[in-house]
Write a protein that binds this ligand. Structure first.
Ligand code: BGC
Length: 256
């Protein structure tokens, strides 16, 4: 039997990249999914088609995760239309490069509101419903190696991901008694739209690849495999941890 049969998952930012791969994989494991999108309904529809092809049910819900009422509506729709909400994958994420001295308030709000505020309040909405229903649950945050590793010129991104690490640790303790586990996945460089400009810049890409012991970017499906594990019964005792999946990038400092 598929490991997630009968479970319902909300995967934010599931119209593309890592989120799309996770939604598809969770569906292959038996879950029904809420596909959320902010701007591109056609991309979300493509994800829903993949879920249906994998044998799952999918619903599309528009949500900007930086808006609190959208967060509660996303969880509400899962319960109303799919009967539950057992797994939350906080995947929606953005980054904006700028020298620290040039970062504007708008850049700061854009990155922090999606990456941190969104994950914070969506998790709150998710937990409130589970607490009322007395059901267990799984929170999986898609963080980054940059929850721990510097990324010069991406101070807003690092601030958001570092905060996500502490949020995960804190919530693992606070939500453990409710039977809700909380973990982070920290990918390195993944072949997704967030890296479009990097992929188009050969010298930059080559410099990055030289730092990755496995010599390549990750495929979104590889991140999805880890998410499927963390959502499964096999991970029932796992909480409060970050799982790094980076081809060895974080461990690679060496003297030439
Ligand atoms: C960022 C990418 C970056 C990668 C490795 C990811 O979190 O989104 O832009 O290439 O980390 O540094």
């Amino acid at each position: 039997m598929p490991t997630l049969q009968g479970k319902v998952a909300v995967v934010t930012g599931s119209g593309s990249g890592i989120g799309q791969a996770i939604a598809e994989r969770l569906a292959q494991e038996g879950a029904n999914c809420v596909v959320d999108y902010r701007d591109h309904v056609e991309q979300a529809q493509a994800t829903a088609d993949k879920i249906t092809a994998a044998g799952g049910k999918a619903i599309l819900v528009h949500a900007d995760v930086s808006v609190l009422s959208d967060c509660s509506n996303l969880i509400e729709q899962a319960w109303q239309q799919l009967g539950s909400c057992d797994i939350l994958v906080n995947n929606a994420g953005v980054e904006k490069g700028a020298d620290f001295w040039d970062v504007t308030e708008a850049d700061y709000d854009f990155v922090l509101n999606v990456n941190l505020k969104g994950a914070f309040f969506l998790t709150q909405a998710f937990v409130r419903k589970l607490r009322d229903a007395k059901k267990p649950g799984r929170v999986i945050n898609i963080s980054s190696v940059h929850e721990d590793m510097v990324f010069p010129h991406f101070s807003t991104y690092c601030a958001s991901k570092g905060a996500m690490r502490m949020l995960m640790r804190d919530l693992a303790v606070e939500l453990g008694p409710l039977g809700i586990t909380v973990n982070n996945i920290a990918p390195g460089a993944v072949d997704t739209p967030i890296n479009t400009s990097l992929l188009a810049n050969k010298p930059k890409l080559d410099a990055l690849l030289a730092n990755i012991p496995l010599g390549r970017l990750a495929k979104p499906e590889e991140i999805a495999g880890l998410a499927a594990f963390l959502a499964s019964d096999d991970a029932a005792y796992v909480t409060g941890s970050t799982y790094v999946i980076d081809g060895g990038l974080m461990r690679n400092y060496h003297e030439q």
